[in-house]
Design a protein around this ligand. Structure first.
Ligand SMILES: NC(=O)c1ccc[n+]([C@@H]2O[C@H](COP(=O)([O-])OP(=O)(O)OC[C@H]3O[C@@H](n4cnc5c(N)ncnc54)[C@H](O)[C@@H]3O)[C@@H](O)[C@H]2O)c1
Ligand SMILES: O=C(O)C(=O)C[C@@H](O)[C@H](O)[C@H](O)COP(=O)(O)O
Ligand SMILES: [Zn+2]
Length: 353
């Protein structure tokens, strides 16, 4: 499918797609840096070798696994490789990995010479349906998630479903949180598919995975195609992330993003219920769908002050005004601005373990 915008690009979903990479890189590219995590060293090197065989001057930058990749020091390491190899504005970066690496690779591409091309090759479910698509790039700081970054859309995205075969089940399940998010904010068919066979969605080889990926990517593409820079509509993709990112911060980035977002969605559903915006049936559906997939629904009850502090740094906050994406119903996202502190605390009590 194609993502609309100033420079439209394709997101390819299928198996055995790596041969499409030169086509997505386009005509003038001479040098390519493949950024990959340590866990995917063999894949990263194979992509580098394929590119070299196709005539590119190809390099690799091996970076740490998971959130450890999203640090300024790691971006600086990648800039060093680009500088040493003499990358110019017609050269390119390829991100091969999960969302942490595609966020980093996108950020490195966005900042090198003020912007060079990036093609994303996501290898986790979460990166396929969310992180690699849409051009949000970034790194963390000790104060919060993704606090440094830019909007830098890729030139193309290759979702090769074969990569999911080696993904640990807990990472597959974490990716399902963003898939379910797309179900709640825009495409209820996703919820029906998950509800019909929750066990299947924990199996990377199940046929339903492809439809779920395609549907979630379509939701994301529709949104970012209209609002790349998050001036309004795009905020709906942040459903569950206000508390979710605060949990990640409190947990020192040791939690999976999807697990934190799952709790964040249950929290904000409870908040919407308490604000009189969402009925019990939809709130309960959050718990049943996310729980059936194996995602967490509760969080420790003794962390409210830290979480509140973390939520103040959410990018949807304006001045002192906390803002949440809430649902008025399934597929009817809306905003809740500056909720009463007692309401926010009560919603926290409702999700406390
Ligand atoms: N830019 C966006 O729009 C956006 C959207 C959603 C999430 N994100 C970001 O994405 C990150 C989470 O991404 P994630 O869930 O993919 O986690 P991740 O990138 O941390 O990957 C999880 C683990 O799986 C390993 N891995 C990756 N592919 C593998 C494979 N095929 N087989 C075996 N192991 C593999 C990684 O090395 C890592 O250890 C967070 O930093 C989040 O903030 C960004
Ligand atoms: O693409 C978006 O926009 C999103 O909000 C998708 C989220 O799933 C993703 O985690 C994103 O990185 C969060 O962005 P942030 O602006 O809240 O840091
Ligand atoms: Zn997310």
């Amino acid at each position: 499918m194609t993502v609309a915008g100033e420079a439209p690009y394709d997101v390819l979903v299928g198996t055995g797609l790596l041969g499409e990479l030169p086509g997505l890189l386009g005509e003038r590219v001479q040098r390519v840096l493949v950024v990959h995590p340590r866990a995917l060293a063999a894949t990263g090197e194979a992509v580098r070798d394929d590119l070299a065989a196709a005539g590119y001057e190809a390099y690799v930058a091996e970076v740490p696994d998971g959130e450890d990749a999203k640090r300024a020091e790691v971006a600086a390491f990648c800039w060093g490789v680009l500088g040493q190899a003499g990358f110019t504005r017609t050269d390119a970066v390829v991100g091969v990995g999960g969302g942490a690496v595609t966020d980093l690779a996108g950020f490195v591409a966005a900042t090198w010479l003020r912007g060079v091309k990036v093609v994303q090759v996501p290898t986790t479910l979460l990166a396929m349906v969310d992180a690699a698509v849409g051009g949000k790039t970034g790194i963390n700081t000790k104060e919060g998630k993704n606090l440094v970054g830019s909007f830098h859309p890729p030139a193309g995205v290759l979702c090769d479903l074969a990569a999911l075969r080696t993904l640990p089940v807990n990472d597959l399940v974490a990716g399902m949180a963003e898939v379910v998010k797309c179900g709640f904010i825009a495409d209820p068919r996703i919820l029906e598919l998950v509800e019909a066979d929750p066990a299947a969605v924990r199996d990377a080889g199940a046929p339903v995975i492809r439809e779920l990926v395609e549907r979630a990517v379509q939701v994301k593409a529709d949104v970012v195609g209209q609002d790349l820079r998050e001036s309004g509509l795009r905020e709906i993709l942040n459903y569950g992330h206000t508390l979710g990112h605060a949990i990640e911060l409190v947990e020192r980035y040791e939690w999976r993003h999807g697990a934190a977002v799952s709790i964040g969605m249950v929290y904000v559903a409870e908040l919407a219920r308490l604000a009189g915006r969402l009925d019990d049936v939809v709130v309960d559906r959050h718990r049943s769908v996310l729980g059936a997939v194996g995602l967490p629904l509760t969080y420790r009850g003794d962390r409210w002050p830290q979480l509140l502090e973390g939520m103040k740094r959410d990018k949807k906050t304006r001045g002192d005004l906390l803002r949440f994406v809430v649902l008025d119903d399934v597929a009817r996202p809306s905003r809740l601005e500056g909720p009463d502190p007692s309401l926010m605390a009560a919603a926290y009590s409702a999700i406390s373990a």
